[in-house]
Design a protein. Structure first.
Lengths: 460, 460
């Protein structure tokens, strides 16, 4: 049994719906289908979700919603009409949307927004089920409440409740193809609550874990996950297989295939994930698995992200001061700042964090507290840093992986502001000034994927 | 004006006293002399300090102290007689020691031990002053109370009180050579309190800062500080000059020339330090300064130390959990464990600490708390680690320093368990399994001090 999730671009228009139907019909194991709201059809197009956000504004302000509702239903109609789906489904969508607006009349703003946004996925799932039925496939729209997706009451940031899985398991007993809208679940009080960014991936992952699927297929618009950002290195090597841990490290820094949390449910159940292309389903895609044989390729990918800064703190004999690091982190926590890493020397410690959290006002306040409460010799911030991750299972057992990396930086003439290796068995992290990041990533790609390096020595 | 400190081996016997006198007389700037207690004359010899510890035991137990006192006075006598110093000084030493024993009758054990241990330095200073006087040098024994060395009331771990410096500055007005015993000061209640390990270095450093010396000379039994441990690499390069920061990083991991705290007073005043050899005072020694020109030698030394362990903690989505690191450090602090470094990945963090603090009982308790209080996926400890520090001002601005280091590890076939660079501008730290440390240090020494490295590439 497979769970297949189709992202926004895979369900953006009639032609994409046809591809999805073909994919579903090609494999009888594809029993649970998760769909996003219709995505952009062309660069300047408006996504369904953005139309719904505008509608939510109107509802909140008590304005006239006729225009926005018309625009939304038209978008579904353009798909349904081209596919020749019975217009009864459009009437249902319009009716459901108007009922929703009325029911939300006195709802608080965050819940209202969640409920209206979620309708984008919800109505698209109804349309997909209707289309599949018309093609002669036994297909059923299944609402997340019926499926059993119960979540915490955190609008825009729902987390699945453990009791969901037992209910979801019952979906195995249903016949036909089950079409479930992505992106949202229900609180125990019956309210619609959305997941955070990438929410349809989360729905698919929860369902795959719940029905104990053999495979969770994630259909998107690329043939595979690449070993490096194609914007930096053209036509990079495709990754055939990587582990959850590798995926997690890559997605942290610049690889936006999956949202952080999306893989947690399948990770915990050990269910493999396959990233595939709706527009080229023959391509083998990339498998994300619990374990892989990494003997011949210790490095699987290189990711990078900028927008970091580094707070340096110096204090003579810091090393002998018990509790120093903990107190420093406490100051940041008090100020609501989350940090990424804390490399330390003997009498100094750095805190790497995302720069958007640390404007000049925050800097002034935090530095004041650090100076007063920790009596340091100096504290300063270095801005405009980028982090580069070299990722691969088993690289920590491979002598020479670090040597290749540092040599790549030297060859690109990019200075290393930071190296962090030692905790993760799956990655090595490097900090550089943001203007050196592209040069460095290219050079790293070359040493790991393109070249043989030979080193010789002579006495001086 | 110079302050010169002579360590235990420099004042162990009459021949050493003669060398010290020659050194003092060779430079009229050497106005303040700090002496340790007599050290070992040969490998099996008993140090004065150890004799005094036995005496303290006797005093505490109310036993007969005649034998131990005789042994101690004899040791001074063997020096005095060979130098032909008037035996009046020996009578004074014996009298002072017996008076001390009587006065300590009801003292608590830690204070008693401190007062008796301190007499080793104190009496040696009296003897040195007497010897210099006999040679026709105007020399005065100056007790630390008279000098103005006032300290916190922490037996065995005294810290200098800031008000000391004003009083010490008055020593500048005194005539002749002032001989001050190292290792101890006085509490504001007038009790003798000793410094921690390496205490005579601390006395010299405090005095140099107090009199605003032009130079603090630290006489020991080596020609210089070496760039690497001579037990690992025979005849290593001597260091001509290094900065306080470099010294501090080196002394942390295996370079035992100075105790951690000893340099703080001179560091704060910017007074240069020269490490010289009593047995070869013509050798230029090693200068420790505030700043050096590091363009031609970014790496100044390589240090290593073993006896570390690494606690690995894994938790999926740890990165998104605010306060995780702080809470983890709090558990360790509660248990009285001090840690060295905390390298982190996305969903994992390591804590490097000295292994002697983490026996199996502590491990069980700490792991239990980490599992219960932080709900982690896994926690385990890796034992038997060594840390290697590559130290040098300006290495963080030098592209390729890291590449040389990692290549050295690869060439020695030693796997890197940890790399930590990013906070200190003066060092890079590497963690390896203890059995690889010698191979790795040799290889590092070769790449930084012995060889040219050439790297070439070919397409694969």
């Amino acid at each position: 049994m497979k769970v297949a999730k189709f992202g926004g671009s895979s369900v953006a228009n009639a032609a994409q719906f046809q591809k999805v139907a073909k994919i579903v019909m090609a494999d009888p194991e594809r029993k649970v289908i998760v769909v996003s709201a219709p995505g952009k059809r062309f660069k300047e197009d408006i996504k369904m979700t953005d139309m719904l956000i505008s509608l939510a504004e109107q509802v909140k302000e008590g304005g006239d919603t006729t225009g926005p509702v018309r625009q939304i239903v038209d978008r579904y109609a353009s798909i349904a009409n081209e596919l020749g789906v019975d217009s009864a489904i459009l009437e249902r969508i319009e009716e459901d949307l108007n009922d929703l607006i009325v029911s939300l009349h006195n709802e608080e703003p965050t819940r209202l927004l969640d409920a209206i946004k979620a309708s984008g996925e919800d109505n698209n799932a109804k349309l997909m089920a209707a289309y599949l039925s018309q093609l002669g496939v036994e297909a059923h729209y299944v609402n997340p409440k019926e499926a059993g997706i119960f979540v915490t009451d955190e609008p825009g940031n729902a987390r699945v409740l453990p009791e969901s899985y037992k209910k979801i398991a019952e979906l195995r007993n249903r016949t036909g193809v089950l079409v479930v809208p992505g992106f949202f679940g229900y609180s125990t009080e019956g309210k619609v609550i959305t997941f955070s960014r990438g929410g349809s991936d989360i729905t698919g992952s929860i369902l795959a874990a719940g029905v104990k699927a053999d495979l969770y297929e994630n259909f998107t618009d690329v043939d595979s996950i690449y070993s490096v950002n194609p914007m930096i290195v053209p036509n990079p090597k495709e990754i055939k297989e990587l582990t959850y841990r590798e995926m997690r490290e890559l997605s942290y820094a610049g690889f936006s295939v999956f949202h952080d949390e999306a893989l947690e449910p399948v990770y915990k159940m050990g269910i493999p994930v396959c990233v595939k292309n709706t527009n080229n389903p023959q391509a083998p895609g990339t498998y994300i698995v619990a374990k892989r044989n990494h003997n011949d390729s210790p490095v699987v990918g290189i990711a990078s992200d900028d927008g970091f800064c580094n707070i340096h703190v110096d204090k003579y004999l810091m090393n002998r001061e018990i509790g120093f690091g903990r107190k420093l982190l406490h100051v940041l926590e008090d100020e609501g700042i989350s940090y990424e890493h804390t490399p330390s020397g003997i009498d100094n410690i750095s805190v790497i964090l995302r720069e958007h959290q640390f404007d000049e006002d925050v800097e002034k306040r935090v530095f004041g507290r650090i100076q007063r409460e920790l009596d340091v010799d100096s504290v300063y911030v270095e801005r405009g840093l980028a982090l580069i991750m070299v990722v691969g299972e088993g690289m920590n057992q491979s002598v020479g992986v670090a040597a290749k990396a540092t040599e790549a930086f030297a060859r690109a003439n990019v200075n290393l502001e930071m190296i962090n290796q030692g905790s993760s068995e799956v990655s090595m992290m490097f900090g550089v000034k943001a203007d050196g990041v592209k040069k460095a990533v290219k050079s790293l790609y070359n040493v790991y994927f393109n070249e043989m390096m030979t080193i010789s020595y002579s006495k001086i």
